[in-house]
Design a protein around this ligand. Sequence first.
Ligand SMILES: [Zn+2]
Length: 82
Amino acid sequence: MTAKIDLENCQTCPICHVAIAPDDTVYFASGNPGSRARLYARVCQYAKKPECINKDTNAIGPLSKADGFSTGAEIAKLLKAS
Ligand SMILES: [Zn+2]
């Protein structure tokens, strides 16, 4: 079952190639739709390109572990502990 995606109303990031719907649902090339935070955690924070459309931290909101990768601070903590 696939939800119909109205791509005409989506913004597409030229860098990350994902579509962001007006309700901030993010459609990845594969996998389930996610949030701006998930997109940022998985793609945009690495892309670091000025053309990326998902850089507004207010829109992104707080990142959670479920969004993907750990933050630099968390990785540093893990390295210290090991
Ligand atoms: Zn992007």
